[in-house]
Design a protein around this ligand. Structure first.
Ligand code: DQA
Length: 144
């Protein structure tokens, strides 16, 4: 099994951006956690972060035929991007949406998730551990 972890805009600023909301753990800590989870589960995991919507769409399209699961935090594009939703639908790869913060308890504009309309599960408000939980969910459901 092979999983792709995708992160949208400003996730690379973790640890610097709004630590009261996103915590003090850095993007590098997140990458370490992903690598550690890959080792623990024995699953091949690649990760990609971009601040650009089209680049994320390209990466989802390129995942077709190569990956068995996607973990995605589209960040701000969660609330705006029909293009990311359509890309996920196009490739039909099982996907889990992750949000570091508890988007439900934040501004009204964060209550809509386009990617979430495709994803089979959403994990929110768990900090960076949400990525580990999402990987384990996909591994248990689809791993061989
Ligand atoms: C986020 C929540 C989004 O509303 C926000 O735009 C982000 C990060 C999260 O992980 O909590 O950039 O996706």
């Amino acid at each position: 099994m092979k999983i792709l972890v995708l992160n949208g805009p400003n996730i690379n600023m973790l640890g610097i951006r709004e630590p009261g909301i996103y915590g003090k753990q850095t993007f590098s800590d997140l990458l370490d956690l992903i690598n550690q989870t890959a080792k623990e589960t024995g699953i091949a995991i690649d990760q990609y972060q971009s601040n650009h919507e089209g680049a994320l769409v390209d990466k989802i399209q390129a995942a077709y035929g190569d990956y068995d699961g996607i973990v995605i935090n589209p960040a701000a594009y969660t609330h705006t991007s029909v293009a990311i939703l359509d890309a996920l639908k196009s490739v039909s790869i099982p996907a889990v949406e992750v949000h570091i913060s508890d988007v439900d308890s934040r501004e009204a504009f964060r209550q809509i998730s386009y990617a979430g309309m495709y994803c089979e599960k959403t994990i929110k408000g768990q900090g960076i551990d949400g990525y580990r939980q999402a990987i384990i969910y996909l591994t248990e459901k689809y791993g061989s």
